[in-house]
Design a protein around this ligand. Structure first.
Ligand code: NAD
Ligand code: UDP
Length: 319
C-alpha cells in the first residue's frame, strides 16, 4: 500500500485530498494544527483504518514513522482575512514549514507537491496569467505575508529539486471553492453564501469590477492528483478560466439563493488584485486536464452544503 502525507488535512482542500487518496487505495496520514481548519472536515474518516491523523504544527520538526511515497504540503492560511489576522504564522508555515516538509521528503525519498497560489502573480500586469510571468507583488503590503511566503516556498522547493535532486511538484492554485470551506473565513463565496442565508446584504468590496475565476473543488483535486503523478517539476496553474467581475458574481448569487437582499459596497482591501484568470494551456498539454464543472453546477452544490449547516454555525461570528 502506498503511503501519502497530507499537511493541512483538516482544511478545505486538504480534507478533499485525503478523501481522494483513500479512494485511490493509499494509506493516508493527515497533519493539521487546526489554526484555520475544522475537525469536522475529517469526522467521516474517524473509523477508517487506512487513515491516521496527527495534530501538529508543521513549523516544528515533523516526525513520521515508516516510509512515505508522497507528501502534499497544503498547510497554510488561505483566506486574506485569515492571513491578515495571523501574519507571522502565515510566513512561518510557508517558509519554516515548507523547509521541514522538504527535509522530510528528502529523508524518506518521497516525492513532494507543494500548494502554491495565483497570489505569486500579485496584482498581475498580464492577462490571463501564464506560468512564465514573474508577478507584481507588493513585498511590504499586508498581503505580502502570504504572497512572499508562497514565493519563498516555490524557491526553496526548486532549490531542493536542483541541489538535492528531490522529486518536486508545484501547483499554482487559482480561487477554488466547494463544500467544507469555512463559512466565516472571509473568502468571497462563503461570505456571500452566509450573507444570503442570514438575510443580510451582500458586501461587494470596491466597485466590484475586479475579477476572479472560480474553480470547483473536484476539478482542482483532479488537477493536483494528475500533476503529482506527472514528471513535471515546474509550476503549473490549476484553475477554471471562466472569469467574472465580483459585482456580477454577487448578482448571480442573489439569483441562485433566491434572497431578496441587495448589494452594499465596502472599501476595497489594500493590494486586492484587479484581474485574475489562469491560462491553463500548460495543464491541458501536460496533464490532459481542464476544468469541467460549470460555475452554475459548482455553486449549486456549494449552496446546498452551506444550506445544510446548523443555525449555530450560520450565526457564528469570527471576525
Ligand atoms: P484552509 O484554511 O481551509 O486549510 C489550510 C489548513 O492548514 C487548515 O486546516 C489549517 O489549520 C492548516 N494549517 C495552517 N497552518 C498550519 C501549521 N503551521 N501546521 C499544521 N497545519 C496548519 O485553506 P485551503 O483553501 O484548504 O488551502 C489549502 C492550501 O491551498 C493552502 O496552502 C493555500 O495557500 C492553498 N491555496 C488554496 C486556494 C483556494 O482557493 N482554496 C488558492 C490558492 C492556494
Ligand atoms: N470580496 C468581496 N466581498 C466579500 C469578500 C470578498 O467583494 O465579502 C472580494 C475581494 O475584495 C476580492 C474577491 O472578492 O476582490 C475575492 O476575494 P477572496 O477573499 O475570496 O479571494 P482573493 O482572490 O482576493 O484571495
Amino acid at each position: 500500500m502506498k503511503r501519502v502525507l497530507i499537511t493541512g488535512a483538516a482544511g478545505f482542500l486538504g480534507s478533499h485530498l485525503c478523501d481522494r487518496f483513500l479512494k485511490e487505495g493509499f494509506y493516508v496520514i493527515g497533519i493539521d494544527n487546526y489554526i484555520t481548519g475544522d475537525k469536522k472536515n475529517l469526522n467521516h474518516l474517524n473509523n477508517n483504518s487506512n487513515f491516521e491523523f496527527i495534530e501538529h504544527d508543521v513549523t516544528e520538526f515533523v516526525k513520521i514513522e515508516g516510509n512515505l511515497d508522497y507528501i502534499l504540503h497544503f498547510a497554510s492560511p488561505a483566506s486574506p482575512i485569515d492571513y491578515l489576522k495571523i501574519p507571522i504564522q502565515t510566513l512561518k508555515v510557508g517558509s519554516l514549514g515548507t523547509h521541514n516538509l522538504l527535509g522530510l521528503a528528502k529523508a524518506k525519498k518521497a516525492r513532494i507537491l507543494i500548494a502554491s497560489t495565483s497570489e505569486v502573480y500579485g496584482d498581475p500586469l498580464i492577462h490571463p496569467q501564464t506560468e512564465d510571468y514573474y508577478g507584481n507583488v507588493n513585498t511590504i503590503g499586508p498581503r505580502g505575508v502570504y504572497d512572499e511566503a508562497k514565493r519563498f516556498q516555490e524557491s526553496i522547493t526548486m532549490a531542493y529539486h536542483r541541489f538535492h535532486g528531490l522529486e518536486t511538484r508545484i501547483v499554482r492554485i487559482f480561487n477554488t471553492y466547494g463544500p467544507r470551506m469555512r463559512l466565516n473565513d472571509g473568502r468571497v463565496i462563503p461570505a456571500f453564501m452566509g450573507q444570503a442565508l442570514r438575510g443580510e446584504d451582500l458586501t461587494v468590496f470596491g466597485d466590484g469590477s475586479q475579477t476572479r475565476s472560480f474553480c470547483y473543488v473536484d476539478d482542482q483535486i483532479e488537477g493536483i492528483y494528475r500533476l503529482l503523478l506527472s514528471d513535471y517539476a515546474y509550476p503549473v496553474n490549476i484553475g477554471n478560466p471562466n472569469e467574472i467581475a465580483i459585482k456580477d458574481f454577487a448578482e448571480e448569487i442573489i439569483k441562485l439563493t433566491g434572497t431578496d437582499q441587495k448589494i452594499v459596497f465596502k472599501d476595497l482591501p489594500i493590494d486586492d488584485p484587479m484581474q485574475r484568470q489562469p491560462d491553463t494551456t500548460l495543464a491541458k498539454k501536460l496533464l490532459g486536464w481542464e476544468a469541467k464543472v460549470t460555475r452554475e453546477q459548482g455553486m449549486l452544490k456549494t449552496f446546498n452544503y452551506f444550506k445544510g449547516l446548523s443555525q449555530e454555525e450560520l450565526h457564528k461570528r469570527e471576525h
